[in-house]
Design a protein around this ligand. Structure first.
Ligand SMILES: [Fe+2]
Ligand SMILES: [Fe+2]
Length: 292
């Protein structure tokens, strides 16, 4: 998994992916600010991958409530690798990867129903939830991994919670309503949502400034992973420039391991550690099916 890129992408990152050849590389979006050049760079990496574009990748289109030529070019360049409302099979892991709504800003609104209508024929949260669930219905495996830009509602309302609002008037659950409803429906089909992989809510908080967000959570049989360590490139105390990935290992539909990983300027693994996964008790909050 590659968290929000925000243009922090190095040729060493590409070397690392080409050398280690994961069965699937997942980009959770915010590659740049509607930055077609960055989209081309990611699209051209010669490894199996899926991308979920983020709010920053459609920044100007949201401003105009209509797609810009840059957004249309981004979608054309990615083609089937853009996983919004679609499914990618990973037989070696025993999972089907299902794409949620692209370009999410989080919070209660779609921000521009006009833009979603133009591209996907969707203009409500409820229609969006139905489109995510429909993609899952076509999956070949019972074990599902969902890829989203922002995570689902229901994981807490504190600023440091995984998708808690830490900006503006801080506090409140900033998770996606449509995604929470889609998860409820997919589990209703008898499928198992094994993991939800997202980003958007960056690791360092605005309120309280400098505190860190919880980014690894388990609730029941579902893992929630937020890969948005931003910027994803840092310099270590020893002066080495390293970049961030999250690596998961799967077998027969089950996640065996989660690691946070740093890669050096030669594209070699520099450091790996196992994150603490916070357990959340109880069932997800029931989402109102009449959501609009
Ligand atoms: Fe971001
Ligand atoms: Fe974002």
């Amino acid at each position: 998994m590659v968290g929000d890129v925000h243009r922090w992408w190095r040729s060493a990152d590409e070397t690392f992916l080409e050398r280690t050849r994961p069965d699937l590389t997942i980009f959770v979006g915010d590659l740049g600010d509607e930055d077609v050049e960055m989209v081309h760079r990611v699209a051209e990496i010669p490894v199996p991958k899926v991308v979920m574009l983020g709010n920053h990748d459609a920044w100007q289109s949201f401003g105009r409530k209509a797609s810009t030529s840059k957004l249309r070019e981004s979608l054309a360049v990615l083609g089937d690798d853009h996983i919004a409302y679609s499914v990618r099979e990973v037989p070696s892991a025993g999972i089907s990867v299902v794409g949620a709504r692209p370009f999410s800003w989080g919070g209660p609104s779609l921000r521009s129903p006009e833009l979603y209508d133009e591209i996907y024929g969707i203009h409500t949260m409820r229609q969006s939830a139905a489109a995510i669930a429909d993609a899952a219905r076509h999956a070949q495996h019972r074990d599902i991994v969902i890829v989203a830009h922002n995570g689902p509602m229901g994981l807490g309302a504190e600023t440091s919670d995984m998708f808690g609002k830490d900006f503006g008037k801080p506090g409140g659950d900033w998770g996606d309503r449509d995604l929470a409803l889609a998860i409820q429906r997919i589990e209703g089909f008898g499928m198992r949502v094994r993991a939800v992989i997202a980003g958007h809510m960056h690791h360092k908080l605005v309120h309280p400034r400098g505190a860190e967000r919880t980014r690894f959570v388990r609730r029941g049989g579902t893992l929630f992973l937020n890969a948005a360590y931003v910027p994803r490139v840092r310099v270590t105390e020893l002066g080495d420039e390293v970049s961030y990935f999250v690596r998961t290992q799967w077998q027969a539909g089950e996640c065996l391991a989660v690691e946070e990983l740093w890669v050096d300027v030669h594209g070699t693994e520099y450091e790996a550690s196992v994150p603490t996964i916070v357990e959340i008790d109880g069932l997800p909050p029931a989402v109102d099916e009449t959501l609009d």
